[in-house]
Design a protein around this ligand. Structure first.
Ligand SMILES: Cc1ncc(COP(=O)(O)O)c(C=O)c1O
Length: 403
């Protein structure tokens, strides 16, 4: 290595599973060492002051998400009032689809990238059906050219031209969960805008992985989970973004609950909601404090990082992995994630030309935890926070002995 690894010390802030090389941070991030204390703090408030914990204690629960919002806002390129934490990704997608997907008989189609995450496809299909449309014809999957995996700008342009003003909403997984391809968001937002469509992102694999500018990109809304690169814990409370331009959007299709009432009047217990604006107004229920407490530990780590150094390390780590894999000169697999660093994040997907089950079994026996998708894909995600360059080298050596 001919560069200095300025973030290598961050690894010490995580519990690393003993004897394992962990390349699954894109599925479930590792546990920050402070997560336990963070949860115990709130258990203590609950034990000692019970209901008063909402307004007193170390971190008043009624305002618990506020510092989390402040920390995450610069990492997604938003202001704190544009983002929030509640539920989980698919539930938040449903809630925001109800708000933003308002089809007419002329404009009703939903466009996604090919091989979008199944839960997104199920959620979108259910909204199409709820509105009386057939997902078979109304859910448009934009595919790459035959025999390739990357969707090009030409592929997108063709699809936008073909469906034009019939598109009501575009939802992109950025990056795609399977191929790892990151998309040209300003280009796609512009195409969606020209068609008059709402433009939304699923950032499950993007938050804490890609450099994001949700506000400047004019994304209408976005949803993500916090248990991957942000290390919030299994099933951690999800995150969402609603652009400032929609802060005062008509509430005619908004699903509401008392946590979307303005904080100042919430406990007046009125019969009709005194609705808040922006992301706050989209909240529905009492926050899940114990889950937010472990997420807080993950976000605390990000609050002390310089994003430039973080993204530089991500880039170097993934390039190092790519170099090591290419040096194997193996005919057993191809890397299907784009080699252009601007079109990917941390994860690389290896496509095996024959059954990858035996390879995965051998990797697992050798202590490597990576992610296997039947029948022949293995996704490898080094984490900029806790993967070392030496682990990447060891992984490549182990893989060589497995294929
Ligand atoms: C890209 C993507 N979208 C959606 C989901 C669903 O997330 P949740 O189970 O939190 O709803 C996942 C989960 O891994 C995902 O990777």
């Amino acid at each position: 290595m001919n560069f200095t690894d300025s973030l290598s010390h961050v690894r010490n802030q995580f519990h690393i599973p003993a004897g394992k090389i962990y390349f699954c941070g894109h599925s479930l991030g590792l546990q920050p060492k402070t997560a336990e204390a963070s949860v115990l703090t709130e258990l203590e408030s609950w034990r000692e002051i019970a209901i008063r914990g909402f307004t007193q204690g170390k971190n008043a629960w009624a305002k618990y998400v506020e510092p989390l919002r402040e920390t995450l806002a610069p990492w997604v390129g938003a202001s704190a009032s544009e983002i929030g934490f509640m539920n989980t990704l698919t539930t938040n997608l449903h809630i925001l689809l109800e708000d933003f997907y308002q089809p007419t008989s002329e404009r009703f189609k939903i466009m996604i990238e090919d091989r979008a995450f199944p839960s997104d496809q199920y959620a979108l299909a259910s909204h199409l059906r709820l509105h009386g449309f057939d997902p078979e014809s109304a859910l448009i999957r934009v595919k790459p050219q035959q025999g390739t995996y990357a969707i090009t700008e030409e592929d997108w342009t063709r699809a936008f031209q073909q469906h034009g003003n019939s598109i009501a909403l575009v939802l992109i997984g950025h990056p795609n969960y399977l191929t790892g391809q990151a998309f040209p968001i300003p280009f796609l937002q512009q195409r969606a805008k020209e068609c008059g469509a709402i433009f939304a992102l699923d950032l499950a694999h993007g938050v804490g992985n890609l450099e994001l500018s949700l506000h400047d990109w004019q994304v209408d809304f976005a949803v993500w989970c916090n248990y991957k690169y942000l290390n919030g814990g299994p099933g951690a409370v999800g995150g969402y973004f609603v652009h400032e331009k929609h802060a005062h959007r008509s509430r005619s299709h908004r699903l509401e609950g008392w946590w979307g009432n303005r904080a100042e009047t919430r406990f007046e217990m009125r019969d009709t909601i005194d609705a808040d604006s922006g992301a706050n107004g989209r909240q529905i229920s009492t926050p899940n404090i114990l889950s937010l407490a472990s997420l807080r530990a993950g976000l605390d780590i990000f609050s002390k990082l310089d994003p430039k150094a973080y993204f530089k390390r991500r880039l170097q780590l993934t390039s190092h992995l790519e170099k090591g894999l290419l040096a194997l000169q193996s005919k057993a697999f191809s890397i299907i994630t784009p080699s252009d660093p601007s079109q990917r994040g941390a994860a690389l997907t290896l496509f095996f030309h024959s059954d990858a089950v035996p390879v995965e079994a051998k990797l697992s026996a050798a202590g490597v935890l990576c992610d296997f998708r039947r029948p022949n894909m293995i996704r490898v995600a080094p984490s900029p926070l806790y993967t070392s360059f030496e682990e990447v080298d060891r992984f490549c050596e182990i893989l060589k002995s497995c294929i």
